[in-house]
Design a binder for this molecule. Structure first.
Ligand code: ZN
Length: 196
């Protein structure tokens, strides 16, 4: 790495600024998705000068963007599909056990238990509305009732994308599996008869 005379600036060598839609060279380093720790030396994300200042100030890069715009700007699924582990910037031995960081979070397990309890009633109601098992699971994952309309679907999707996106969580990827499920469930329902 070559540093020039500006403090903290590192030759971009093709890197682009991490901020959505910014085409400037990424010359300033900020904490990345994977922190230094037990898993290795860690990595970084790179910003232009304006955006590293905003990053350091806790600026919300996604303010005013729709969920679809956030996803398009970051294309998180492309890079995440190859990752089987989620990494926490604060990962530490006195925190949650490492297995809790895997793509199947505890709340998904709790949700399955809840679904089993309510399954009989739930199935009957779904059948009455012509909703199949895959779509039913998608409603559950998004926490939506079968009466939800298009507006409710989009609103919940936006809320969950924002909640689970690593760039809204200081690069914390522990919600990676959750976000992936949200995106898949949304795409399934969006195309389904109930929302057409
Ligand atoms: Zn930038």
């Amino acid at each position: 790495m070559r540093h020039d005379r500006f403090h903290g600036r590192v030759q971009a060598e093709g890197r682009l600024c991490h901020a959505p839609g910014c085409g400037e060279p990424g010359e300033f380093r900020a904490p990345g998705v994977r922190p230094p720790g037990a898993d290795g030396p860690g990595d970084y994300r790179w910003f232009c000068l304006d955006h590293v200042r905003q990053f350091n100030a806790g600026y919300d890069f996604f303010a005013g963007m729709t969920a679809d715009e956030i996803m398009a700007a970051q294309s998180p699924m492309a890079g995440w599909a190859s990752q089987t582990r989620a990494f926490r910037p604060d990962a530490n031995i006195d925190q949650a056990p490492r297995w809790a960081d895997f793509a199947d979070p505890l709340d998904a397990i709790a949700q399955r238990a809840r679904m089993r309890r309510e399954d009989a009633i739930h199935r009957q109601e779904a059948a009455r509305r012509g909703i199949g098992p895959e779509e039913r699971a998608a409603y559950d994952l998004l926490g939506l009732g079968f009466e939800a309309d298009r507006k409710a679907l989009r609103s919940r999707y936006s809320e969950l994308v924002r909640r689970y996106h690593p760039d809204r969580n200081g690069g914390d990827r522990s919600h990676e599996g959750r976000l992936q499920g949200v995106v898949e469930a949304y795409n399934l329902l969006k195309a389904s008869a109930a929302f057409s």
